[in-house]
Design a protein around this ligand. Sequence first.
Ligand code: FES
Length: 245
Amino acid sequence: MKITLKVWRQSRPDAAGTFKKYEVDADPNMSWLELLDHLNAQRMRAGKEPVAFDSDCREGICGACGILINGRPHGDADNLPACHQRVGKRKEGEVVTIEPFRARQYPVIKDLMVDRSALDEILMSGGYSDTDTGTAPDADEVGNTHQVAELALDMAACIGCGACVVACPNGAANLFAGAKLAHLAALNVPSRQRRKRAQQMVSVLDANFGPCSLYGECEAVCPANIPLRAVAAVARERSYAPRAK
Ligand code: FES
């Protein structure tokens, strides 16, 4: 089946970008990244510049592959990263648009690659978490209940792809920040460390991203299935944090 990819091409961050059309042979079982590989192989054989895009694990765990497919973060299917989304059944000659994640916070580096370090800044602002070391704890010394441990694991599933920000009409990163705050709050760390971390992370979140109005678009596209209730952790940890002077 031949389809037409309308791909965003931008040579460098300060260059004007534009869409270019490429006709490719697509198999319904291919992932969109495999189709881009296929397009690039074709272009390189012809001595043309390949399309730049990010990917790493291709297993849904690194978050590097975020792109917009027909205007939707990661593609048609809910809660799947682009590396797991299949081309699926398309009509012969169908046009599919592929472009970089669109958000003020994610400047384009080249073609489909964006700089998502605004998300890293939230994490980095939280600093480190320490824990007592020493001999192994006794088996009956339970630091957390099973429910808290499960919650921490669910929230730790966030892969930091940034799709939540792109899907949100406000450009809010509360799903991302809420997942990280809820995960870190479940660690057995001194409360002063939790307060300081929450204050720093929430102030970077507020400074760099839009406010959350609970649209819920983020939950529908999140490839890690982070539930919307994660955003409550931002409000909870904000109240836990001392006010900035
Ligand atoms: S390439 Fe790692 S999540 Fe898609």
